[in-house]
Design a binder for this molecule. Structure first.
Ligand SMILES: Cc1ncc(COP(=O)(O)O)c(C=O)c1O
Length: 476
């Protein structure tokens, strides 16, 4: 076949490559629990070398896609490895690798119903189900957006729309809006507030307690201080849980405060809201149903590929006020609440049909798979915390509430540097992947147990590896 486009669209070569790709990915998945030394969680290469490699690759003669994919896999971090314990990225359920292929093949837009007839409908079904699981009433509804950062920005915009007319009239002179949030909240909240023009003065950071939870006893004081400075507080944000430590704020207390002052209550539940699927852990999100809006990342604790974030509103109608604009070529009426025209409520116009991934999980395995995942991961983290507490070489930063735990190797001197270097050696070796964070000004090692296939045995090995690296570093 001579024509390059005919060749590129050939269904037959797709069929052949597709079969080969599935075999390749199945081999990758089969290694998930392998104990072979060559199976690494991260094949670390420093950024300059990585860049040089791909710049050279780009100049080479045309390649077979399968060779390219093999190379990409070999050079990437592998979240399915049972020794991957770093950031909160989920080892996607294999069935969602298949649903992602369907999503890519169909390439639906979602802004307008015709372009996403199934996708827009699945978003409604999925977000209303999640809302019900979180304890909201029938009025609750939502949609799916591209990530927790965008979800939180959208929620803050909704809060602003409820409390001011900035969307239409811009900021009037002297009017200063503000949001109240825990100092441990994800940086995207701060960024969202700045994008909205609130400036650094508009982000009021409420201090945290020893467990890194918002000090709700200080909320009133922070609020009164803001009011006395002439600020109009439009929103209070609760975390369920925080990124660094996985801490859950006291949502009931924040709800009472927000009701008392008639302020929008938003919850960043990107990581921890799916605890609602577990009878054992749902107490952590007690009060979530009192929020005006909640963000939940399906791609963190719900085994779904990135990006897929539910933004849920207690009063579904609130979502339509966020972006009131005319787009005649898409919708004839902006004011009407048409759930099926996705672009009316979301920031995006074109957007992937990511709802299919989470829907496929529900339809294939039922909701118990989410309960099991939460219970396995939160449970094994408690076990890990026990191992750390009983080992005199380690110091636990706090008792973990979910699957995120921070700790450090004890040392007489230079403890921060030692822990940073331990993590660097682990990274370069690549067998385990863990990260680090700073808590109260000190460096801690940070583990997020995201893979339900990780067992206690890997956790013992991790601690031995850390001890080995520490001895080496102390000796040199
Ligand atoms: C609590 C929390 N909120 C928001 C985000 C940002 O979400 P995303 O990475 O989906 O934009 C994160 C990411 O780690 C997070 O942990």
């Amino acid at each position: 076949m001579d024509n390059i486009l005919e060749q590129a669209y050939s269904a037959e070569s797709f069929r052949r490559q597709g079969h080969e790709l599935i075999d390749m990915l199945a081999d990758y998945l089969a290694d998930a629990t392998a104990d072979r030394e060559d199976v690494r969680a991260i094949p670390w290469l420093d950024p300059d070398k990585q860049l040089a490699y791909w710049q050279e690759d780009f100049q080479k003669p045309l390649a077979k896609p399968l060779d390219l994919f093999q190379d990409v896999i070999a050079k990437s971090i592998q979240v399915h490895r049972k020794r991957y314990m770093g950031h909160q990225t989920t080892p996607t359920l294999p069935v969602t690798i298949l649903s992602s292929a369907v999503t890519a093949a169909l390439n639906q837009g979602m802004g307008v119903y015709e372009m996403g007839m199934v996708g827009n409908t699945l978003e409604k079904v999925m977000t209303e189900y999640l809302a019900m699981k979180l304890g909201f009433g029938r009025e609750a509804s939502g949609f799916i957006t591209s990530g927790g950062s965008l979800g939180n920005l959208t929620a803050l915009l909704a809060a602003r729309a409820a409390g001011s007319n900035v969307w239409n009239s811009g900021y009037e002179d002297g009017k200063r809006l503000a949001v109240l949030v825990s100092e441990e909240a994800h940086y995207c909240i701060d960024r969202a507030a700045r994008i909205m023009g609130l400036g650094s003065e508009g982000i009021i950071k409420v201090p945290v307690n020893m467990k890194f939870q918002m000090r709700t006893d200080l909320l009133e004081q922070c609020y009164q201080q803001a009011v006395s400075e002439g600020k109009h507080v439009i929103c209070v944000v609760g975390c369920a849980g925080t990124t660094s430590t996985g801490s859950y704020d006291d949502l009931e207390a924040i709800a009472s405060f927000s009701q008392q002052h008639n302020i929008w209550f938003h919850i960043d539940g990107a990581h921890g809201a799916p605890a609602a699927f577990s009878p054992k852990y749902k107490h952590l999100v007690k009060g979530v149903e009192k929020a005006d809006s909640v963000v939940v990342d399906y791609h963190k604790m719900m085994m779904t590929p990135s990006l897929s974030t539910a933004l849920i509103f207690k009063h579904g109608g609130d979502a339509y006020k966020t972006f009131s604009q005319r787009a005649q070529y898409l919708w004839t009426e902006q004011e009407s609440e048409e759930w099926y025209n996705g672009g009316k409520r979301s920031f995006e116009c074109t957007k992937a049909m990511s709802a299919l991934n989470v829907y496929t999980i529900f339809r294939t395995y039922g909701e118990d798979v989410f309960k099991e995942n939460i219970e396995q991961l939160y449970g094994i983290t408690t076990t890990f915390a026990g191992l750390l507490s009983s080992n005199p070489n380690f110091e636990l930063a706090y008792e973990p509430q979910c699957n995120i735990v921070c700790f450090r190797y004890k040392a007489e001197a230079n403890q921060d540097k030692l822990n940073q270097n331990i993590r660097k050696l682990l990274l370069e070796e690549g067998r385990f992947y863990i990260v680090q964070t700073v808590l109260s000004g000190q460096t801690y090692l940070r583990v997020s147990l995201m893979n339900p296939l990780t067992t206690e045995s890997e956790l013992h090995t991790l601690l031995s590896k850390i001890e080995e690296k520490a001895s080496f570093l102390i000796a040199v």
